[in-house]
Design a protein around this ligand. Structure first.
Ligand code: HEC
Length: 141
């Protein structure tokens, strides 16, 4: 005997499938939201970190640099630079721009105060410790 796929069966397949994936979607979203506080360490956002983020945003560092893969590819990934070279280097670097080294891309001097440099460094340290599940791959400074 031939089975006929009726309209009612098609509707049930559609509704059952849509319902199943909606529940899977909601469950996975809930699971992700549960993990975010452990991943972004929001409890470590000190006033210095917040001020550093403000300075990085308002001076458009990401117009040239990337942070966790976001931004432009003209200059190195800043959280990797922090991990590679550390706070003292970042401070000295920011103060000695532009280098004027021939053949190298140049970076402007932002004339930050020592306190502002401390804040930018605090932000780069915090943002580099967000657990992004290894994203972006092949991150390079
Ligand atoms: C106009 C583009 C531009 C902007 C805007 C810019 N940079 Fe840069 N930055 C560069 C370039 C180009 C280099 C690499 C220069 C070199 O290697 O000689 C660099 C290098 C650096 C380095 C050294 C990184 C390393 O791994 O060697 C740090 C730290 C840095 N920038 C921080 C910042 C911060 C913080 C801001 C925002 C306040 C910023 N930059 C804004 C262009 C820029």
């Amino acid at each position: 005997m031939q089975t006929i796929f009726t309209k009612a069966m098609a509707r049930n397949v559609f509704l059952g499938g849509a319902g199943f994936f909606l529940i899977a979607y909601l469950a996975l979203s809930y699971d992700t939201w549960q993990q975010i506080p452990k991943r972004d360490h929001a409890n470590l956002i000190t006033p210095a970190v917040a001020e550093g983020k403000y300075l990085v945003d308002t001076n458009d560092c990401m117009g040239c640099h990337t942070i966790n893969g976001e931004g432009a590819y003209y200059a190195p990934e800043l959280d990797v630079s922090y991990k590679t070279y550390g706070p003292a280097f970042i401070r000295a670097w920011m103060m000695s721009q532009p280098t004027g080294a021939p053949g190298r891309r140049q970076m402007p001097n932002f004339h930050f105060t020592q306190d502002q440099l401390t804040d930018v460094i605090a932000y780069l340290q915090w943002v580099g410790n967000i657990n992004t599940n290894g994203w972006p791959p092949n991150k390079q400074g």
